[in-house]
Write a protein that binds this ligand. Structure first.
Ligand SMILES: Cc1cc2nc3c(=O)[nH]c(=O)nc-3n(C[C@H](O)[C@H](O)[C@H](O)COP(=O)(O)OP(=O)(O)OC[C@H]3O[C@@H](n4cnc5c(N)ncnc54)[C@H](O)[C@@H]3O)c2cc1C
Length: 404
C-alpha cells in the first residue's frame, strides 16, 4: 500500500480534502495547484458567525489547508500545471510545468516589506491564510522586472534575501498510479450585465465582498472608503439565465450572500440592507432556520433589477418591477453586491482533452472513472460541505481502483 502514488490536480477544498484523505491511507500525494496559493475560492471567505456559527464552511477550508501543508505524505507544487499526460501499463506519466515562485518559502518570514515597497499595482499579491507559504506572490503579468527589468525593489529590500526575480520555468515528469481532477470553477464575470460592474466603483461582486470581510472588519465603499448606508444584493447574476445558456442554480449564492448581509448588520447595525431575488434556495439542513432569522434584518424583494445608474452624488439608482403592485419602482443605494454564480473553469475543455474526459452540456466535467477521477465543483455547483463529501467519494473510488 505504501508505494502507491496519486496526483491531485487543484488545491481548493476538493483537492485538499482528497489529498488529506489519501495521505491518511499512507498513499503518497502530489498536490498540483496552478496558482501561487492553496485553498481555491474557499480560503478567501470570511467566517460569518455572528452570535453563533452559521455553518458557512470557511473554517473547514483553513483547517484542511493547515493539515495538508504539514502532512509528510503530501508534496505540494504551487504555480504548476500539467502539460502532457500519457498512460501505459496502468501507470500515468505526467509532464508538469512549474512557473517560478520567485519568493523562497523557506526564507520568507511574511514580513510584508515587498508588498509595501512594490510600486506596480497588483505585482505582489497577499495570500489569505498564514499557512500558505510564502504568504506573498509575484505576478508575472504586473511585475516591472518581468516587463522590462526596470524595478527590483522587492528583491533589493527583502531582509531575508528570499526573492530572486531572474528565474526560469522548469518542466519535470512524474509517474503516478491514479489522478484526481479537482480543478474547481470560475466565478461568473458580470461585466456583460447591465449593472455597471467595472464601470461604477461601488458595484462589486459577492466574491469581492467575501475577500473584504476576510481581510477587514468594516465594509466601506471603494469610491470613498465611507461605510455604506444602504446595500443592495442582486441574486442569480450569471445563474438561472437562459440568455447566457446558464440554466443551473449555483446553489450557494443565496446562503453565502444572506450570511454576509447578516454579518455586516451585526458589525455595522445602522446599515440598511435589501436582497433582490427570484427564489431563495434554502439548501442545507440548518439553512431554513437561519433564513427565518435574517428576514427581520434584511428587506427581501422578489424582483431582479434592470440597469443601474450613478447619481450626481455618487450613489447608485436602480429600477425594478414590484412583484405585488406591478409598478416600476426606483431606489437609491450606496453599494451594490452582485451575487455571481459558479461557472465552468476557463481551461476545463483543454484539460478534458488532455485527460480524455467528457464535458457535460453545461460545460462542467462529467464524472469519470478508470484511473482518473473527478471531485468538487469541476463537476458543477456545490457548497463546501458537498464538495468535501464529493471528494470523499472520489477517494473511495480511487482506493477501489488501486485495490487498497
Ligand atoms: C461568491 C461565492 C461565495 C461562496 N460562499 C460559500 C459559502 O459561504 N459556503 C459554502 O459552502 N460555499 C460557498 N461557495 C462555494 C465554494 O466556493 C465551493 O464549494 C468551493 O470553493 C469548491 O471547491 P473546489 O475545490 O471544488 O473549487 P475551487 O475552490 O475553485 O478550487 C479549485 C482549485 O484548483 C485550481 N486549479 C484550477 N485549474 C487547475 C489546473 N489545471 N491545474 C492545477 N490547479 C488548478 C484553482 O487555482 C483552485 O485553487 C461560494 C462560492 C462563491 C462563488
Amino acid at each position: 500500500m505504501a508505494d502507491k502514488n496519486v496526483l491531485v490536480l487543484g488545491g481548493g477544498i476538493a483537492g485538499l480534502s482528497a489529498a488529506r484523505k489519501l495521505a491518511d491511507f499512507d498513499i503518497g500525494v502530489q498536490l498540483i495547484e496552478k496558482s501561487a496559493f492553496l485553498g481555491g475560492h474557499g480560503i478567501q471567505f470570511s467566517c460569518k458567525a455572528t452570535d453563533k456559527c452559521v455553518k458557512c464552511g470557511a473554517c473547514v477550508v483553513e483547517e484542511t489547508l493547515e493539515n495538508v501543508v504539514r502532512h509528510p505524505k503530501i508534496n505540494v507544487l504551487l504555480n504548476t500545471q500539467t502539460q502532457k499526460i500519457t498512460r501505459s501499463d496502468g501507470q500515468f506519466s505526467v509532464t508538469l510545468q512549474k512557473n517560478p515562485a520567485y519568493i523562497d518559502p523557506e526564507k520568507c518570514t511574511g514580513c510584508g516589506l515587498c508588498f509595501e515597497k512594490c510600486p506596480a499595482h497588483g505585482a505582489i499579491s497577499r495570500g489569505f491564510s498564514k499557512s500558505n507559504l510564502p504568504f506573498y506572490a509575484i505576478s508575472e503579468k504586473n511585475c516591472l522586472f518581468m516587463k522590462d527589468k526596470s524595478c527590483s525593489l522587492c528583491q533589493d529590500t527583502c531582509p531575508e534575501e528570499a526573492i530572486t526575480l531572474d528565474q526560469k520555468r522548469t518542466d519535470h515528469v512524474c509517474e503516478t498510479d491514479a489522478i484526481i481532477v479537482a480543478t474547481g470553477f470560475e466565478a461568473f464575470n458580470p461585466e456583460s450585465k447591465p449593472y455597471g460592474y467595472n464601470v461604477f466603483d461601488n458595484v462589486i461582486t459577492s466574491l469581492e465582498l467575501e475577500r473584504t470581510l476576510r481581510q477587514e472588519s468594516i465594509v466601506s465603499r471603494p469610491s470613498d472608503n465611507k461605510p455604506p448606508e444602504k446595500i443592495a444584493f442582486i441574486q442569480c447574476v450569471g445563474s438561472r439565465d437562459a440568455k447566457l445558456g446558464h440554466l443551473w442554480c449555483s446553489k450557494i449564492c443565496c446562503g453565502s450572500s444572506l450570511r454576509m448581509a447578516k454579518l455586516i448588520r451585526s458589525r455595522q447595525p445602522e446599515t440598511e440592507m435589501a436582497f433582490f431575488y427570484m427564489d431563495v434556495q434554502t439548501f442545507g439542513k440548518d439553512f431554513q432556520v437561519f433564513y427565518e432569522t435574517v428576514q427581520d434584518d434584511i428587506r427581501m424583494i422578489r424582483a431582479i433589477p434592470g440597469d443601474i445608474f450613478r447619481t450626481e452624488t455618487d450613489r447608485l439608482r436602480m429600477a425594478f418591477l414590484d412583484n405585488s403592485t406591478h409598478e416600476i419602482l426606483e431606489e437609491i443605494f450606496d453599494l451594490v453586491v452582485l451575487s455571481v454564480g459558479i461557472t465552468p473553469g476557463k481551461d476545463t475543455k483543454e484539460l478534458a482533452d488532455q485527460l480524455h474526459l467528457a464535458v457535460s452540456d453545461s460545460g462542467f466535467l462529467s464524472p469519470s472513472e478508470n484511473g482518473i477521477f473527478t471531485a468538487g465543483t469541476a463537476l458543477g455547483p456545490m457548497s463546501i460541505a458537498e464538495t468535501i463529501s464529493n471528494a470523499g467519494n472520489a477517494v473511495w473510488e480511487t482506493l477501489k481502483y488501486l485495490r487498497i
